[in-house]
Design a protein around this ligand. Structure first.
Ligand code: NAD
Length: 479
């Protein structure tokens, strides 16, 4: 990989080699802080994608025979090399996608955990013995890797998603073709160089960069792709789901969200308010599990709004390498316009901006709104910026009903001291994840992470990925 100049030149990684696009074309990757040129990356074609799938398919026959101890050793080596190259990974997270150092560090530590947890998975690809009605028949299930796994990742948490999905796929014996976000190709290519350095055989992990809308179908619709794991927007998820349905390709979809938080009158506001801020402003609100709806019981509504506004006005917006900075630039012109449109539409229709709403360069100030109604786009659609709405509720029942009034179903949270109510919420919220007295933003390597409805299909995490990325086979022995 040629990365030693100020503006980087990025190539695909196919079959263990760094290669240009077959057309030699490139596209620009911009630093979102100031839109300066960060890299020129290979602009992949369908042909490049087919080469990568062929490389992964050819590597699979040998790779599936590797031993758990080999895959475990390689993955643990990946973690060691990540630690040795930490500064490089952090710089990439800061300069390629505008991560404040705080978020970059968080992502780095999570990424390490993802890889180490995947190493543990290598020894856990298990079937079971099954009682048989046939005399003398020994019956069992075994798990086998599927083959070529297509990994498609978004821009916002490229290291977490790349480490988790690539490492889990490799741990259970699959090979991988990865299409990273066109806004974050460098991070995945750095990971590819680490995977190669760790000793994984050539062709086991391939990365093709380019515009997803141009080359994505060549990957997801390829007959030799056995599984697709996609993280990104709901619209593209729907498109991929349709392609996979036609080809009967299994898939996991991790999509957008509009995650609610309930704050009940008995909540500990000293804890709830800082966690509320954390749950929406991290990385400038560009988090699928960010909480963009707060339903607050009336007795504490005014106090909650007052304290939330106070904390919000102090959220750090300084240098990205300052540990106090939280607010990131919004990734692209198109996304900035979306955030602006959501705020303008709400204000035009009568919402009140309690704090924020203005822009400093490509960064939107952390913004709280009240008086938001169903006619406003921000009420139901994903904004993907540092913008959240606070709604008063008269009862828990009203809060639950409003929280469930969405097509999404990713994360959720409730702050209360009432354990019965907390559990009732956990059982009845239509989301894939629920956090009691904690923020909607939470993830761990081994939990079933994912959502329902417009938020996706399936779960990811070590156990969930092991099940999704392997096939059960029934085997009997007549004794
Ligand atoms: P996006 O949907 O624009 O892009 C995601 C990926 O899809 C990119 O790699 C892109 O190249 C690829 N792509 C585009 N068209 C394609 C096609 N036709 N076929 C195959 N791939 C194609 O999303 P984004 O802007 O990068 O990320 C933000 C979105 O991701 C938000 O909606 C957010 O909620 C969601 N997200 C979800 C999770 C989760 O775990 N549920 C995590 C992070 C982000």
């Amino acid at each position: 990989m040629k990365t030693n100049t100020a503006v980087k030149t990025l190539q695909h990684f196919i079959g263990g080699e760094w290669v240009d696009a077959e057309t030699n074309a490139t596209f620009e990757v911009l630093n979102p802080l100031d839109d300066s040129l960060y890299a020129n990356a290979a602009k992949g074609t369908g042909g490049d994608m087919r080469k990568a799938v062929a490389a992964a398919k050819s590597a699979f026959s040998g790779y599936r025979e590797t031993l758990p101890k080999d895959r475990e050793r390689w993955l643990l080596r990946v973690a060691e090399i990540m630690e040795a190259r930490k500064a490089e990974l952090l710089d990439c997270l800061i300069d390629e996608i505008g991560s404040p150092i705080q978020k970059a560090m968080f992502e780095f530590e999570k990424g390490l955990t993802m890889v180490r947890a995947a190493a543990g998975l290598c020894r856990n690809v298990r079937g079971e013995t099954i009682p048989s009605d046939a005399p003398g028949k020994f019956s069992m299930s075994i798990r086998e890797p599927l083959g070529v796994v297509a990994v498609i990742t978004p821009f916002n948490v490229p290291l977490i998603k790349t480490t988790r999905l690539v490492a889990n796929a490799l741990a259970v014996g699959n090979t991988v073709v990865h299409l990273p976000s066109e806004m974050a190709p460098h991070l995945s290519l750095l990971f590819a160089s680490i995977v190669a350095e760790a000793g994984f055989p050539e062709g086991t992990y391939n990365v093709v960069t380019g515009y997803g809308h141009e080359i994505g179908d060549a990957l997801t619709g390829h007959k030799d792709v056995d599984f697709v794991t996609f993280t990104g927007s709901s619209v593209i998820g729907q498109h991929i789901n349709e392609i996979c349905a036609r080809n009967k390709t299994r898939n996991t979809l991790e999509l957008g969200g509009k995650s609610p938080t309930l704050v009940m009158a008995d909540a500990d506001l000293d804890k709830a308010v800082p966690l509320a801020a954390r749950s929406i402003f991290m990385f400038g609100g560009q988090a699928c599990i960010g909480s963009s709806r707060f339903y607050v019981e009336r007795p504490v509504y005014d106090e909650f709004v007052k304290r939330f506004a106070m904390i919000t006005s102090k959220v750090g917006m300084g240098d990205l390498r300052d540990p106090n900075t939280v607010i990131a630039p919004i990734i692209s012109q198109r996304q900035r316009q979306r955030v602006k449109d959501h705020i303008a539409d709400a204000v035009a229709k009568g919402a009140t901006i309690v704090t924020g709403g203005e822009w400093e360069g490509n960064r939107c100030q952390p913004t709280l709104m009240t008086g938001v109604t169903e006619e406003m786009t921000v009420c139901k659609s994903e904004t993907f910026g540092p913008v959240t709405s606070i709604y008063p509720i008269d009862s828990y029942e009203e809060g639950l009903e409003k929280a469930n009034d969405t097509d999404y179903g990713l994360s959720s949270a409730i702050f209360t001291k009432n354990i019965d109510r907390a559990f009732h919420f956990a059982r009845n919220i239509g989301a894939g994840m629920c956090h009691i007295n904690g923020p909607t933003i939470h993830d761990e390597a081994h939990v079933p992470f994912g959502g329902n409805g417009e938020s996706g299909v399936g779960r990811e995490g070590t156990d969930a990925d092991m099940e999704a990325m392997t096939e059960l086979k029934w085997v009997t022995i007549q004794l």
